[in-house]
Design a protein around this ligand. Structure first.
Ligand code: ASP
Length: 293
């Protein structure tokens, strides 16, 4: 029976270590065509640039065939249910289906209708496990040991699947996670320390993860304009001073709203390293889920 990746809780610590070891090998230039003859299907019912292309590149580097469908060209717009679409794709012999959907829980539901391994490429505000895994991998690469280190997650946390997955995964690997947001962007019960003002908590932090304001998930506009949000929550190079602190963002960045130009291009910015590492981590994830089950 296929195994699925819907949240990071689907993996044990040892499995995560093994994924990271394999990803490190790919970064060091190891090549492997172990998915030759396999089919990976990406179904993206919500927009994506990085995640979709990252899975495509990862699949091709492993020798797999890859087909990517986005909502505009899929049958959902013709009234077909998501699981019927998936069951049809599955019937084509897919080994893995990477799915993104605006509804939390959609990948889990889908996994019940297909033989392939379902990999969650982001579901609503719920989870984005491969993003959290590549973030942890990148933090380890930058910091060495992450245990006991403090990371600030800044922005629209309540509506962010990236934050949701990272809060759980980074804490599980021993990081001190502090959420920085206005009250309406904070989840009700995260069980995690939070602050309104970044200046209160920045001292001693090893990394800041900035998030995009998820306007597509707001029932009504929260800020009249994003620059009102930026006035308090933009990460500016100047405010970082000479701190030993890394800057992360899952993308897409609202430039000069989430991060200013200076912070984005600063040598302490890991933003493009996250994208680079993402391909290697997803290669390791795909090969595990396709070949081991
Ligand atoms: N790319 C990430 C996601 O799909 C972050 C974002 O869209 O802001 O959740």
């Amino acid at each position: 029976m296929a195994r699925h990746l819907t949240t990071t809780a689907d993996l044990t610590d040892d499995e995560i270590e093994a994924i990271f070891d394999e990803a490190n090998g790919y970064l060091e230039g190891q090549t492997n065509q172990k998915l030759r003859g396999r089919l990976v299907i990406n179904i993206f019912f919500e927009n994506s640039t990085r995640t979709r292309s990252s899975f495509e590149v990862a699949s091709r580097r492993l020798g797999a065939e890859v087909v990517s469908l986005d909502v505009a060209t899929s049958s959902e717009s013709k009234g077909e249910t998501i699981h019927d679409t998936a069951a049809n794709l599955d019937a084509m012999g897919a080994s893995a289906i990477v799915v993104r959907h605006k509804n939390a829980g959609a990948p889990k539901v889908l996994s019940k209708y297909v033989k392939a391994s379902v990999i969650n490429g982001g579901d609503g505000a719920h989870a984005h496990p491969t993003q959290a895994l590549l973030d942890l991998f990148t933090l380890r690469q930058a910091l060495g040991e992450v245990k006991g280190k403090k990371i600030l997650i800044v922005g629209d946390i309540k509506n962010s699947r990236v934050a949701n997955s990272n809060i759980k995964l980074l804490a599980r690997f021993g990081m001190e996670v502090v959420l920085v947001a206005p009250p309406h962007f904070l989840p009700k019960r995260s069980g995690v320390k939070s602050a309104w003002n970044i200046r209160e908590v920045i001292d001693g932090a090893s990394a800041i993860m900035s998030l995009r304001t998820q306007t597509e998930r707001h029932e009504q506009p929260i800020y009249a304009s994003l620059s009102d949000y930026a006035a308090n929550f933009k990460i500016a190079k100047e405010a970082l001073g000479d701190r030993d602190i890394f800057i992360m963002h899952p993308g897409p960045v609202h430039r000069n709203i989430d991060l200013d130009d200076g912070a984005l291009s600063d040598p302490r910015s890991l933003v493009l390293r996250q994208v680079h590492n993402g391909v290697a981590v997803r290669m390791a994830i795909l090969s595990k889920f396709v070949l081991e089950y």
